[in-house]
Design a protein around this ligand. Structure first.
Ligand code: FMN
Length: 214
């Protein structure tokens, strides 16, 4: 794992502490798409076992990774406007200190925005849901609506919500393939989550996906 001294293309307005290159994601697996769809269930109770940085990399790639030759991504996006930003709130990931990391799809890297154990604060903002408190990592999707409404007007709001559904569906299926559990969490206080993650004013938190062994 390479720790890069200079942020590659950090979040606008962010003060990244450092940037970590992620392991390359795999493009094949043991579980068929049909098996993953058939066996997928939301999981809310997790063990203490950490996940690996390879598994985290795989999940981030499934959600928002670059898959095309130019800038195509794993999940579709209305007009390729890509309104979503993705964060990993790390609690128990081998090879990564706890903290808030922002995914850089183009670089397949994470920029560390803050060190520390944030999951309890995140859970407090999400109606104290134990799944968020106990996860090895919480993936948090936010959206910059303007990227999509700038092109499509008010209809872009609908498109952003559809975008996040596509991305989170990929996370569910990738978890299934890795033998990990997740649940899509939409019940949270917007302002609390925005504050816990120190999101920019253009960003709105949309979805939390706690991930872990079960
Ligand atoms: C938009 C949305 C919001 C959800 N929010 C929560 C939530 O806040 N907490 C939770 O435990 N589950 C949440 N869920 C998960 C649903 O409860 C779950 O998908 C449903 O019970 C069906 O179970 P299954 O996913 O195992 O098929 C949410 C699901 C969706 C699609």
């Amino acid at each position: 794992m390479a720790v890069l001294g200079i942020p590659l293309s950090p979040k606008v307005g962010s003060s990244a502490i450092f940037v970590i290159k992620l392991p390359e994601p795999k493009h094949s697996g043991e579980v068929s798409v049909e098996e993953a769809i058939k066996s997928r269930r939301s999981v809310r109770n997790f063990t203490n076992e950490p996940i690996t940085i390879e598994e985290l990399s795989q999940l981030l790639w499934a959600a928002q990774g670059i898959t095309g030759k130019s800038r195509g991504r794993a999940a579709p996006s209305a007009g390729a406007t890509y309104p979503l930003e993705l964060y990993a709130v790390v609690e128990k990931v081998s090879g990564l200190d706890p903290g808030i990391y922002h995914y850089l799809p183009k670089e397949n890297a994470l920029e560390c925005l803050m060190n520390g154990n944030i999951s309890r604060a995140l859970s407090a903002g999400a109606l104290n849901q134990p799944s968020v408190r106990d996860a090895a990592v919480n993936l948090v999707f936010s959206a910059v609506y303007e990227r999509t409404t700038g092109r499509y007007g008010d209809r872009g709001i609908r498109y952003v919500h559809i975008d996040v559904g596509h991305a989170s569906g990929n996370v569910y299926l990738q978890c299934q393939s890795l033998g990990l559990g997740t649940v899509a969490v939409g019940a949270f206080d917007d302002e609390n989550i925005k504050e816990a993650l120190k999101l920019s004013k253009e960003e709105t938190a949309l979805y939390i996906m706690p991930v872990g062994h079960f």
